[in-house]
Each structure stands twice: as C-alpha cells, then as structure tokens.
Design a binder for this molecule. Structure first.
Ligand SMILES: [Fe+2]
Ligand SMILES: [Fe+2]
Length: 257
C-alpha cells in the first residue's frame, strides 16, 4: 500500500495535516490555471511555497509551536482569500481555469475547517465525544461525496465500469451524509453521551470510510502507473484517501483534533 498514516496526532501532526492539505490544493490548482491567468498562477505559486515551508517544520517537529501556528493561520487565511476571490470570478465567468467551481468551494471549506481547528488548538478547547463525532460526520461526509463526484470528473468517460462503481459509492455516501444531517438536529445539545443510535451510525461511517479509503488507494496505484485513462493529478487520490483516513480515525477516537 503506497499510503500509510504516518502523521502523528499531536499538535505538530494536526497542523501538519491541515497545512499539507492546503499545500497540495495549491499544487493541484497550479495544474489547472490557464496561461491566460499569469497573475493568478504566480499568486497561487507563492502561497503554495509558503505553506510548503511550514510543513517542513511540522514534519521535523522543530521550531516554536506558537510561531508555526501563527504562520499556519496567516498562510491559510491568505490562501482562503485567493480561492474565494477566484470562485467569485468563476461564478461571473471572468477567469480561465479548468477547476470546477464546486472544487474551489470544496477547498475553501477545507481551508475554513483548518482555521477552526487552529482556533481549537489555540484555545485548548475540549469538544465532547458526541459533539465531535457529529461535527466530523457532518463536515467530512460532504467532502467524501464531493471526492466521489470529483473522481467522476477526472476519470475518463471511457471507464464505464469504474463510473458505475463510483456512482454506487456516491449514492451510499449521500445517504450517510443525509443521516448525519438528520442526527445533528435529532440529537440535541447538551450531548452528554454517545448514545447507541449515534454509536451505531459512527460505526457504519467508520466501516464505509475504510472501504472508501481502500478504493481511493487502489485507484491511486492505477493512476500512478498510468494504467487508467484520467486527467487526475498523480497525488490526488492519495490526498483524498488521507482525508478518508482522517475521518474514520477521528470517529474512532471521538475527537475533532
Ligand atoms: Fe483536501
Ligand atoms: Fe477533500
């Protein structure tokens, strides 16, 4: 298996996960900016380099954590602004990129989630297990549905069997997302316990997300070996497999961080 979960779930590791996430978004986006958009390409490249420097430090676990966190926050904020600005232009048909607008929105939501996580680290906040799992499911299941839709976007139309498989998985994750949204309002605050109903749902999401992670890694191998007709960037599938891994791990540990 090409991908292993080698990120440790300490503060360095959590910052690393989120900064790396934004860094890779910058790299993927870089491939999809037309040469008509030099200014956008340069701005995106500068931000990607800046984020790359931060996760070099989180990976080696060196440097003052407060300074790293401040740099992570400000670079994420800057990148978020660039994406929001670009999405607005895309909605007005004023930018030439091949990135779907829903993918820009997807990356913006992950940048916003990163900012929330940085805030939790900063304030040393405690999130109750039931609140944590409801939050994680609601946030990440939407991202998982998006990932499957983006796989359809990148995988060539000639892969008929694969498209069928992706459609079936999309349906499954749409159902899980709807259930997560329902449970969020059915199980009201204060959520002092992980009830049997919530626990049963969490276990189902863990099982399906593990299967989704395995599927993404299988496809990643094919793409890396140029054995599937696709326009996906080579590291994309590993990126979204890491996010699936992050979801089921957080559900097992009942945490947001
Ligand atoms: Fe991502
Ligand atoms: Fe994602």
């Amino acid at each position: 298996m090409p991908y292993t979960d080698n990120y440790q779930r300490d503060t360095y590791g959590v910052i690393d996960f989120w900064v790396r996430n934004n860094f890779e978004h910058g790299e993927f986006f870089d491939r999809e900016i037309s040469h008509h958009e030099m200014e956008l390409a340069r701005a995106n490249q500068a931000m990607t380099q800046r984020m790359g420097k931060i996760f070099e430090r989180t990976e080696s676990k060196t440097g003052d954590i407060g300074l790293i966190l401040a740099e992570a926050k400000s670079s994420t904020h800057e990148f978020h602004e660039l994406l929001v600005h670009t999405m607005d232009k895309a909605l007005h048909c004023e930018v030439i990129i091949s990135t779907p607008t829903s993918l820009l929105d997807h990356m913006i939501r992950e940048a916003e989630e990163a900012q929330k996580v940085f805030k939790l680290i900063e304030t040393n906040a405690y999130v109750k297990p039931a609140d944590a799992t409801i939050h994680e499911s609601n946030f990440w299941l939407r991202q998982m549905v998006d990932h499957l839709i983006f796989i359809s976007h990148y995988v060539d139309a000639s892969n008929y069997e694969l498209h069928d498989q992706v459609r079936a998985m999309t349906r499954k994750f749409e159902n899980l997302l709807l259930q997560a949204i329902s449970l969020k309002t059915m199980i009201r605050r204060p959520r002092n316990e992980v009830s049997p109903i919530l626990n049963n749902f969490n276990q189902m999401v863990i099982k399906e997300t593990k299967a989704l992670e395995a599927f993404k890694l299988e496809l990643s191998e094919l793409i890396k070996n140029c054995a599937a007709v696709t326009t996906a960037p080579p590291d994309l599938l590993e990126h979204i497999a890491r996010e699936a891994h992050h979801l089921w791990r957080n559900l097992e540990d009942q945490v947001v961080l």
